[in-house]
Design a protein around this ligand. Structure first.
Ligand code: ZN
Ligand code: ZN
Length: 459
């Protein structure tokens, strides 16, 4: 008899953590944390109740590096977990950076540096489509989920019962990835645990979003402004660099693209894995045709450290934001909740020639979501308890990019894998409802979880 316990993200996005267990084994899929909007003053919250099982869990598998899927892993070791963490090779490099950054931001709220080291030493890496043993009678296999570098959906073969956990997946073509390839329809899935992030959101296509962004950038350039693009450090930022360096080949000489924040660290990991094992051959060919090995080698791309100013990065930012030179600035954080973007808003936010171009999802209650809804007066801090007021005069625009499957993609996954049991997780209640209604039309049924402790029993 199998049981599924969902410790987080059962009716929301954030702190993903699912335990599959039987009499003899407990396997954990993901262990993420939930961030809260800065204005709440709350620290991140852990998946509820997982600590109680840490001494009994046999193995942990990670779908991908995003912190709402991975950042609680070191804390499992603090709570007594002693087993291995299994993930793809790039995911291991990415989580190490993210975990250390999280510790720097929040302090030892969930874990200390020794727990990060314990987790890293206990991590085993795998390639896509290479079955590995988890425990007696249980194997796992990672499928390329096309969401970010190293992202995987996880197939567990549990003494013959096939369980498929999608993690975050994408059925659209993006710069580094082709649409996700679903499991073989000839070997149906027994239990599907599917994300439902975009089930109730109509996302425009990426082609339109990219061409709108390009138009706005050109307009911004022609009026002599700076284009500020806040972006998530991992995933969206590298996509933006790929789009911009391919669309702006000669133009970027005049309108350079400056990169700031943790994006620079993530670029290093992307650079390491830009080969056909981890990214689409399409981007490798495109780069080769244009004479680059990676998008980050484009001569129009510069880092914040290349701004000629002898001061620290804060001073360089001030200079970049105020000097009389057109530029695109790609920087963290993606929801404008902190990081270098504060400096750019502080020194460049009041200039109507500039543009603030938002390319990621903005969670309700974040500064980014306030700005998108038209808020102009902001009070931001400099990280040292000092506040400054900003009156936004620049052009604000939002562009629809998503790293998650559309409703059609979610349904297609079900059609392919014809599961006997389907669980809708990692989505807002409206998304889960939209998903289950869409499944009704193809004669399938999804269970929507409404509490963390719902246990399901399978014969
Ligand atoms: Zn993700
Ligand atoms: Zn996610």
């Amino acid at each position: 008899m199998l049981e599924i316990t969902v410790f987080g993200a059962f009716d929301s996005v954030g702190k993903s953590c699912v335990m599959i267990s039987d009499h003899d084994h407990r396997i954990l899929l993901d262990a993420g944390i939930q961030l809260h909007p800065r204005r709440t003053g709350l620290l991140s919250t852990p998946p509820e109740g997982v600590d109680d099982f840490c001494e009994e869990i046999n193995s942990v598998l990670l779908s991908h590096a995003h912190i709402d899927h991975s950042a609680y892993v070191p804390a499992l070791y603090r709570a007594g977990y002693q087993g291995l963490v299994n993930c793809t090779t790039p995911t291991m490099d990415l989580v190490e950076i993210l975990w250390k950054d999280h510790l720097k931001i929040e302090g030892p709220h969930h874990y200390g540096i020794s727990h990060i080291h314990a987790a890293i030493t206990k991590t085993r890496t795998h390639k896509y489509h290479q079955k590995f043993r988890i425990a007696d009678g249980i194997t796992a296999e990672f499928f390329d989920a096309s969401h970010i570098l190293g992202s995987a959906a996880i197939l567990l073969d549990w003494e013959g019962t096939r369980i498929f956990y999608t993690g975050d997946f994408n059925n659209a073509k993006t710069p580094y990835h082709d649409p996700m390839v679903y499991p073989d329809p000839d070997e149906p899935i027994d239990i599907l645990l599917s994300e439902t992030t975009n089930a109730n959101r109509k996302m425009g296509n990426r082609k339109a979003a990219t061409s709108n962004l390009t138009k706005s950038l050109l307009k911004c350039y022609s009026r002599g402004g700076k284009a500020i693009i806040p972006s998530f450090a991992l995933g969206r930022s590298q996509e933006m660099q790929a789009y911009l360096t391919s669309d702006f080949d000669s133009f970027l000489q005049k309108f350079p693209l400056y990169i700031d924040g943790m994006i620079l660290d993530m670029n290093k990991v992307y650079r390491r894995y830009l080969n056909d094992e981890w990214v689409s051959p399409r981007i490798l060919m495109e780069l080769k045709d244009r004479g680059y090995r990676t998008p980050f080698d484009h001569e129009g791309l510069r880092t914040i450290d290349e701004v000629s100013h002898t001061g620290r990065r804060g001073k360089k930012r001030e200079k970049l934001a105020t000097q009389n030179e057109e530029a695109i600035i790609l920087t963290t954080s993606g929801m404008l909740e902190g990081g270098p973007i504060f400096d750019y808003l502080r020194f460049g936010g009041n200039n109507p020639l500039n543009g603030l171009f938002i390319v990621g999802y903005q969670v309700e209650g974040t500064i980014g979501s306030d700005i998108v809804s038209g808020k102009k007066e902001l009070s931001l801090d400099n990280g040292f308890g000092e506040f400054f007021d900003v009156n936004l005069q620049l052009e604000v625009r939002k562009f629809e990019f998503s790293g998650h499957a559309s409703l059609e993609g979610l349904i297609q996954m079900v059609r392919y894998s014809s599961p006997s049991y389907i669980y809708a997780i990692h989505g807002e209640p409206e998304g889960q409802l939209a998903y289950s209604q869409a499944l009704d039309t193809i004669g399938q049924k999804a269970t929507i979880l409404s509490s963390k402790e719902v246990l399901h029993e399978f014969p």
